[in-house]
Design a protein. Structure first.
Length: 321
């Protein structure tokens, strides 16, 4: 049990953010959730957490950070849809870059002692020109405005750390799945498959279905946030010094994912193939050796167990889904 801290979770009404907030509350910390409820749900905010309804880009959010005397901020509020970032890159940059800058500048003004843990991306930041599992030190060459924005914020995080002494940490998520998930993004395929199985409908696979992703359970992602917010940090040097991949280092194909979900659910449905989607990465997975060695984090939930827990949640919330 760590010393109780004051924690702000931005995006804490969302899928990942609410799970992070739950864990901090369970560990005895004082938690405040900031969310504009554009995609998050008020019902997912822990009852023991304070809730502030505001946008991360707003003066209200900056004021909360300046006056809240938080020990750490887990910054998960974001525009998360890669396709949306392609159609409206200016909106993506406004939320994902300017929102983060709003918080970082407020931390600096308040004295620069609040730790900022940033939810980045291990799936989109490295690009398609490296061989998975991707190491943190690999070249960053994102090919979507979403990935570009996340990388931009990482550079700002390094700047605020080196120049202003702000204690920053970056977590580069693989494809996060689990209870409360919405069917958006690449990991959203788990939520989509859950609904198809519940409805006894065929599962659609794009292309040959052999494209791979690294699926990490949301509870393991929450534990990475807890560790990153509370563990001692090394002196800031390069962009990757305080950045850690959060995944499993295991590639799972879409076809194997569908088979695993049918196995854990006890439901069998046909697989239907549709044309491959242009521009889709063929393989994706992240190395987690650095996280294991430096902050002592490793995933604890295997794919079958995580998928079973997710399917049970969707069954229990079928009416709401």
């Amino acid at each position: 049990m760590t010393t109780p801290r004051r924690i702000l979770v931005t995006g804490g009404a969302g899928f990942i953010g609410s799970t992070v907030a739950d864990l901090f509350v369970a560990q005895g910390h004082t938690v405040t959730v900031l969310d504009n409820l554009a995609s998050g749900k008020r019902s997912q905010v822990p009852a023991a957490a304070a809730f502030v309804h505001a946008d991360v880009t707003s003066p209200d959010a900056a004021r909360l950070v300046r006056e809240g005397q938080f020990d750490a901020i887990c910054h998960l509020a974001a525009q998360i849809d890669v396709r949306k970032s392609v159609t409206d890159p200016a909106f993506d940059a406004t939320v994902n870059i300017l929102g983060a800058l709003n918080l970082l500048e407020a931390v600096k003004v308040a004295g620069g002692t609040t730790r900022v843990v940033f939810a980045s991306t291990g799936g989109a930041i490295y690009g398609d020109f490296v061989q998975p599992p991707n190491l943190e030190s690999y070249a960053k060459d994102p090919d979507s405005p979403y990935g570009i924005a996340k990388l931009s914020v990482e550079h700002y995080m390094a700047y605020y750390a080196r120049v202003h002494g702000v204690p920053t940490a970056v977590l580069r998520y693989a494809n996060v799945y689990g209870p409360r998930q919405d069917p958006h993004g690449e990991a959203g395929v788990v939520a989509i498959f859950c609904r198809r199985l519940m409805e006894r409908r065929a599962i659609t696979v794009f292309g040959d279905g052999l494209q791979t992703r690294d699926y990490v359970f949301v509870g393991d992602v929450a534990s990475a946030n807890l560790i990153a917010a509370t563990t001692p940090l090394a002196p800031m040097r390069t962009l990757d010094t305080r950045a850690w991949n959060v995944g499993t280092a295991i590639e799972t194909s879409v076809v194997d994912l569908a088979k695993a979900m049918m196995r854990v659910s006890g439901v069998t449905v046909p697989l239907e193939h549709a044309p491959a989607r242009p521009g889709e990465a063929r393989r994706s997975a992240v190395s987690i050796a650095k996280a294991k060695a430096e902050i002592g984090w490793a995933p604890e939930v295997g794919l079958d167990d995580g998928l079973a827990a997710t399917y049970r949640w969707f069954l229990a919330h079928a009416k709401g889904a």
